[in-house]
Every structure is written in C-alpha cells, then in structure tokens.
Unconditional design. Structure first.
Length: 122
C-alpha cells in the first residue's frame, strides 16, 4: 500500500508541475502581426475553441471580453476581428468593446464565415 501511495503522489506532483508550466493561451498577448493585420479573437467557449479555431486566434469568451481585452489589445485604436459560431456572441462582444472605447471592431460572424473569408483554421 505505501508503495502505491508513493507512486500516486509522484504522478500527482509531476502532473501539477506540468500543468503549472503550460502556457495559458487566453492570457497571452496577440501574436506579432504585420501592420495590415488585426488580432483575431475567438469569443466562443473553451470547448468550442479546442474543437477548432482560426490559427493564431486569441481565445477570450464573450462573457469575459470587457475584463480581459486590455491584456491582449491595450491600444483602443487597434483594429480587432471577432468571431464565434454564428456571429451572435461576437456581436455582444463587439458592443462591449465599443463601450470601452475600441472603435475598430469587426464582427466577422462564425467560424465557417472566417474559413470562407480565407482565414486558416486548426
């Protein structure tokens, strides 16, 4: 029994270290973009994001956009592209961003709309 308990504890410790060292995608700033590009923000749920998203999209659920946008896009004059599944949650996020003073916010609709517009998904 003590041997089994030690094995479980070692695995739990390893798992804890692994989880603490993984990057948190949602808290990372938008990747460096060419001047003509805009950060793309996926406002869907974490589960939807894991199932597939636009390459290099930052994941911020629409319910959290007002609290977390400045960590990703501090400049309110930056063009921002939003999408979700159908465009509805992106619309809610767009309104929240406009209330915060972000003036160049685009709701591109859903993930399928993004694919049709030429965005690469993964």
């Amino acid at each position: 029994m003590p041997l089994l308990r030690r094995s479980v504890m070692k695995r739990a410790g390893f798992l804890a270290i692994l989880l603490l060292t993984l990057p948190v995608l949602a808290e990372q700033p938008a990747p460096a973009l060419r001047p003509d590009q805009a950060p793309v923000i996926d406002v869907r749920s974490a589960e939807e994001y894991r199932e597939g998203h636009v390459r290099d999209a930052v994941h911020i659920p629409y319910e959290q956009i007002a609290d977390r946008i400045t960590a990703t896009v501090p400049n309110r004059d930056t063009r921002i592209v939003l999408y979700c599944r159908s465009g509805r949650r992106a619309e809610i996020a767009e309104k929240a961003l406009r209330r915060l003073g972000y003036s160049h916010v685009e709701n591109k609709g859903g993930l399928e709309d993004m694919r049709r517009a030429g965005y690469v998904t993964e």
